[in-house]
Design a protein around this ligand. Structure first.
Ligand code: PEP
Length: 252
């Protein structure tokens, strides 16, 4: 399977800039990787237009926990699918930490995405304090419990992004071998809480200061099926360099 590169543009690009970056990336060949762009909600339609005809897929950065209802300002996973999204980020650490998302909310969002036929990218990872206190596995176990009882329909997939919070946007990526240990633990935990059928289909991505320089080292590790990229994905040149490097020297 080709490595999955997911670009999380957060709220960093204006809609006009998102369309420009998407158009520039769509204009280059993407032979040896799958690429997903996650612009902000307001840019989704125009980015979908900019990548039409290319192999680039579209993702959203969040969705509502319910499919329909009196929920002012929320965005339904069904509507995201209708706009052309195939992926949705769920439980990004910025939403957990700065917007108060709880595991209960994240569990509901996860089910809303799968019910709409989308592939959730569940983001998990420990903070610096949790890591230094030796709590990484306990945190991952708690965050992955939202997958308990999950079943996937047909060819539906699940992604989990291991994103140590201390590595996000800091320029200090985890060591690839350290990330690989977390990924192995995540696969085992998914098997335990959601069963073998889900675990066999999960793609575990690494996120946290991924760059064109380090991406190949992550993808060379076992159980690293792709990367979730924030800062370095927000320029077309850097994103293209990541995609090119991901396709080279790949060992999985
Ligand atoms: C992210 O926001 O998910 C992320 C990984 O950001 P960065 O690549 O900037 O660390």
């Amino acid at each position: 399977m080709l490595p999955l590169i997911v670009a999380n543009w957060k709220m960093q690009l204006s809609d006009a800039d998102a369309v420009t970056v998407a158009g520039e990336v769509a204009g280059s060949p993407i032979a040896d990787a799958e690429l997903v762009l996650c612009p902000s909600f307001t840019a989704l339609s125009r980015v979908a237009e900019a990548v039409r005809g290319s192999a680039i897929a579209l993702g959203a950065q969040d969705c509502a926990a319910d499919t329909r209802g009196a929920l002012t300002g929320e965005v339904s996973s069904e509507d995201l699918r209708a706009l052309g999204c195939r992926y949705v980020l769920v439980g990004h650490s910025e939403r957990r930490q700065r917007l108060g998302e709880t595991d209960a909310m994240i569990g509901k969002k996860l089910r809303a995405t799968t019910a709409a036929g989308l592939c959730p990218i569940l983001c998990v990872g420990e903070s610096f304090e949790e890591r230094t206190e030796g709590k990484r596995e306990a945190i991952l176990t708690r965050q992955l419990d939202v997958l308990r009882g999950l079943s996937l329909v047909g060819t539906q997939q699940l992604c989990v992004a291991y994103e140590p919070v201390w590595a996000i946007g800091t320029g200090h990526a985890a060591a690839p071998s350290d990330a690989a240990q977390a990924h192995a633990f995540i696969v085992d935990t998914v098997r335990e809480v959601a069963g073998a059928a889900v675990a066999d289909r999960v793609r575990v991505l690494y996120g946290g200061s991924v760059s064109p320089e380090n991406v190949a080292a992550f993808l060379a590790e076992q159980h690293v099926a792709g990367v979730l990229v924030g800062t370095a994905s927000q320029s077309a040149a850097r994103l293209r360099a990541i995609v090119a490097a991901a396709g080279r020297d790949r060992r999985i």
